[in-house]
Design a protein around this ligand. Sequence first.
Ligand code: 13P
Length: 254
Amino acid sequence: MSERKPFIAANWKMFKTVGEAVAFTEAIQKEVGPLVDREVILAPPFTALAAVRGLMRAEGYRLAAQNCHWEEKGAFTGEVSLPMLRDVGCDFVILGHSERRHVFGETDGDVARKVAAAIRHRIPPVLCVGEKLEEREDGRTAAVVERQLSSALAGLGPSDVGELVIAYEPVWAIGTGRTASPEQAQEVHASIRERCAAVFDKDIANRVRIVYGGSVKPDNVDALMAQPDIDGLLVGGASLELASFRRIVQFVKL
Ligand code: 13P
């Protein structure tokens, strides 16, 4: 069994002012304390990254951005580059989130360029993949996830993987209260790990953390985390409230 430290991420999306992000960051560290057997990743909006970084003192807390551009600099109004994320101390960058793909029209090609750039800049991506409801109902889940993965990982070699994290987030489970069952998630996670073994090698596949996102709540966290290939969680709505995120961070190993 390889050691994959659970990766519990709060994706705050377009929520929280700097003041709210600061208050949460201080409170979670105070209430939960330093972490040794799991990691907590906070992904605030761009405006709060620097403030949250400045308050991360306890062991086991890390910072993620929610997006980036693939160019280092240039006339790209409204975009944020990887050197800028490095400058504020980001440990990870979430890429290819379903809201980026389906609300803002990011293509597999855009996601691939971002992933390659993030790896070049040594900020590990949290690469999100996942099927829409009609794709699942048509029996196309495996094909969609495989297409997204193949495209995003094309051109990468074993030495590029580093701390890459893959997030399986079925679109129909995001913000809907309709979680994938632990068995449904496990099935896709296992296939993602197989795909990583084919693209890279078995050791890397055993090392890569594959996390689940989509209506993760205090009452389903323990069952999800009991699955052998679920190595963590990407939490939206339930990460906004301290009490619910705290319970998720303190999941119990069944
Ligand atoms: P919810 O937890 O609100 O369903 O959001 C999941 C998500 O998109 C995390 O990135």
